[in-house]
Write a protein that binds this ligand. Sequence first.
Ligand code: HEM
Length: 396
Amino acid sequence: MSAAMSADLELPTAGRCPYRVVRNPHTVREVLHRPQDFSPANALLAVTPLSGQALRILQKARFALPPVLASNDTGTHAGIRKVVAGFFTPAKVAAMEPRIRGLARESAARAAQRLASEGSVDLVNTVAAHPPAVIMLEMLGLPVRDLPALKAWSLDSLELFWGWPDADRQLELAHSAADFYRWLRELVLESVASPDSGASPQPNLFNALALHGLSTPEICSLGYFLLIAGQETTTQLISTTLFRLAEGSRGISWGEATTALKARDLVRHVLATESSVPTWRRMANQDTFLDGRAVAAGEEILLELTGNHGFPWAESAEAQSADSEASDRPGPTPYGLAFGSGIHRCLGAKLAELEATVVVYETAAALKGVRLQDSNPDWIRLLSFQAPRTVVVEPG
Ligand code: HEM
C-alpha cells in the first residue's frame, strides 16, 4: 500500500487543527518556493485516515498512489512534469478555444431549452459539468467515454481524500474509488498498448508516460490525480462563478457577462476570493524556520491560496495562532496564488481560466436575464475544494 494511503496520519480531532495554517500570501509563496524545506509529499494524503476495511476495498482494486507528480518531492518530478506539460502548452490551449466555445454553446443552448420547457434549470449539471472533462480527455489523446461515471467518481474521490466522511460513508466512497481505479487501470493498459489515438499524431498521455519509463501503477497514480484535477476543479470554478453571477453579488450583472472581458474579470474575482481549490498542503522536510518561527520536521502545513468558506478548525485558537501574520492579512488573497506557485504550479491554469470564461460568457449570452431559484444550495465543502453542488436558475 502506498504512503498516500497509510492510516497512521494523526486524526484531526474536533476543535484541534492538525495543520500549521499559513494565511499570509507572502509566506504562502515562500513555502511554495522552498521545496527543499517544504515537501508536497502530503498533498494527496487522506484528511480522514482510511479504516482497515476501506483500505482492503482499495487494495482489492490494486489501488495505490505512489508519488509521481503533485506529491513527488524527488528528482524525477521535473522530467515527468515536462511530459505532462507538453499536452497543455499555451499554443495547444489557445488552439482549443473554438472547440471549448462549441461545447459551451451546445450546453448553454440545452440549458436555455430546459429553462423554457421546465421553468428552471441546474447550471452545474447542464453547463459546468461536461465541457471541461471532454476537453481534458481530448487534449490527453484519451477516449471520451463514461462521463457521468467520471463526474460521480471525481466527487466521491475528493470527499474520500479531502473530506470528513464517517465510517459508513468512507466505505461507500472507497468502493467508488476502487471502481474508478479499475476503470482507469483498464484505460491505462489499453492506451499504452495502442498509442495512436487516431486524430492526433501525438501519443496519448499514458503512452507518453510509459515511454518516459513510468510503471503501470505510477501511470495510474498520475491518471487518478489528473483525471480529477484536470476537470472537476474547473467545473467547480464555473459553478461558483455562475452562482455569484446569478446572485448579482459581485458587481457584474448577468447581461454584462456577455462581454468577454467582464466574464473573465468575474472568473478572476472568484479565483481570488473563493477558488475551487482554496487551500493546498505541504509538510516540513526538516527542522527549519518560517517567518522567524521554528517548524519541526514532519509538521504539516495548510496553505490558504485564496479566500475560502472555512474548514472545521478555521476558527480554532490553534488555527488562528498558527500564522504569525494572520491578523495583518491583506483583503482577498491575490489571484496569483490560486494555481499554486513554484515547481509544482498548476499545469492547467491557462486552460481552466479560458474554459471558465468561455462557458460563463456563452451561458450568459444564451440565457437572458435569469435569477437564482435556490439562493441557498448545498455546497461542496472539503479541506481543499469548494463550490455549490447546484446552481438552479429561473427566468428573471
Ligand atoms: C480552476 C481549476 C484549477 C485550479 C484552481 C487548480 C489548482 C491547482 C493547485 C492549487 C495545484 C497545486 C500547485 C502547487 O502545489 O504549487 C495544482 C496542481 C496541478 N494542476 Fe491544477 N488546478 C485547476 C485546473 C487544472 C487543470 C484543468 C489541469 C490540467 C488540464 C490541472 C493540472 C494540474 C497538475 C498536473 C498539477 C500538478 C503539477 C505539479 O505537481 O507539477 N489543473 N492545480
